[in-house]
Write a protein that binds this ligand. Structure first.
Ligand code: NI
Length: 163
């Protein structure tokens, strides 16, 4: 595994539409492994392949609650790899704060659905389906936007610079 460089908003690649993954091969597995490592290194909850300069429809999401040492049991891991994700259902509306590893130092209030269902493939090419609310729904929508070349700052109701 290797850390990859995370592109920031001025990079044109982040504005391009990513292509579908067609080969579920070792290269894809390596990309995903690197994305996990890169995301963890940057303390992110989601990362899309275009953020590391690869214009392919692959995202990783980790919405495992932080372990503050107070819970009796560690939280259930909530880690997802979504290849060629398609949002097939979205319900409800929320307006919440979000940020992005490619837009450091900025947060914004973004309207998102409260619940989404997504179909996708895993790294082996098996079809999967994931339903999420709250943080997971927000992360799925945010990462799928990256695959279309959309950053949260494009669609935010308001943005704020962190001091
Ligand atoms: Ni992002």
């Amino acid at each position: 595994m290797a850390l990859r460089n995370i592109l920031t908003e001025e990079d044109e690649l982040l504005r391009k539409k990513s292509r579908e993954v067609t080969s579920f091969d070792d290269r894809l597995a390596e990309l995903l492994d690197d994305m996990w490592e890169t995301m963890a290194g940057a303390s992110g909850v989601g990362l899309a392949a275009p953020q590391v300069g690869i214009l392919r429809r692959a995202v990783v999401i980790d919405v495992t609650p932080p372990d503050n040492g107070e819970a009796e049991r560690p939280a259930e891991p909530a880690r997802y790899e979504l290849i060629n994700p398609v949002i097939v259902l979205s319900e409800g509306k929320t307006l919440e704060s979000e940020g992005c590893l490619s837009v450091p130092g900025i947060t914004g209030m973004v309207k998102r659905p409260e619940r989404v269902k997504v179909t996708a493939f895993d790294r082996n090419g098996n079809e999967i389906s994931v339903e999420g609310t709250g943080m997971l729904a927000k992360a799925i929508c945010h990462e799928v936007d990256h695959l279309e070349g959309v950053l949260f700052t494009d669609i935010a109701d308001s943005v704020e610079t962190l001091s």
